[in-house]
Design a protein around this ligand. Sequence first.
Ligand code: ASP
Length: 349
Amino acid sequence: MRIPKIAALALALAATTTAQAADPVLVIHGGAGVVRHDNTKADEAAVRKALETALRNGYAELKAGKSSTDAVVAALRVLEDDPHFNAGKGAVFTHDGKNEMDASIMEGEGQRAGAVAAVHRVRNPITLARAVMDHSEHVMLVGDGAEMFAKEQGIPLVDPSYFRTEKRWQQLQQALREGAGKQARRGPEYLRYIGTTGAVALDSKGHLAAGTSTGGMTDKRWGRVGDSPIIGAGTWADSGCAFSGTGWGEYYIRTHAGSNVCARVKLLKETAAQAGAAVINGEVVKMGGDGGAIILTSDGKFAFPFNTEGMYRGWIGTDGVPHVALYADDGMIGDVVLKKDDAPATPAH
Ligand code: ASP
């Protein structure tokens, strides 16, 4: 059968285009270090409200035909500005009593990426990470240099005291009392002092993006940088899969959790839930780590794997209604929960 020239051209174009028009989806997390008895009813209500606002703001970008990157940034800025999350205002404190923040962003189509680490004065670190991606020839900038770049880009800097909250300060005091500087080895019980934020989105062109923003872990020392700004560990996106992690960062770096999950989706043809179970509830836990993640694949399916008492999380799709959950027993669509007692914990330290 002869194929008319125009049809042949259309077929060839379709074959070279990876992304397809899609129903937009946005999935977010507000950290895996959630412990029910740390939260009052008022805290829970405030967290739910912030997650819903983040979902609505991010989804509005997608509805307006903007990119998945725009949606990720819009959602994360809400969580960075809200004191209940460990990112931007409300970031945890370092051993020296500073708020030291990390963030990164990645686009699936073309795999562009930007990241910042150890910044103290950038009001919205995710916006700076995006500027690194869009306006520099680099992928990661740290410390003073990153802040110099922020100034050049006209990105708002604030006095470091802006990030302080009394609750985070008291968490540091408790950590110091319990054993200064030992958090990197003591692990799981310190997860309750974290609450990183992350977002993954699929836009109407079928393009994915992922972003993560955090203050890291309470009582961190010596310029410690976790997984959140490390492309492939805490954040990853390719044309088929987007990932943002939250948890004990050292283990996410050692398992290259983000690119590992998405490689399983690509090469082993696993679903978001299967790949998340294998890496987050499998490899990370076997090494002695803890945490969770959000994973979104280009078919619009998503998963929330986690192995902690809770993970602030939410999603929004075509009906435009935000769905949020806080604890493991909330039972959210996409949950892949591993109860800690079932886990084969063999700490590596
Ligand atoms: N993963 C982050 C870190 O290790 C902490 C978190 O998820 O809250 O820096």
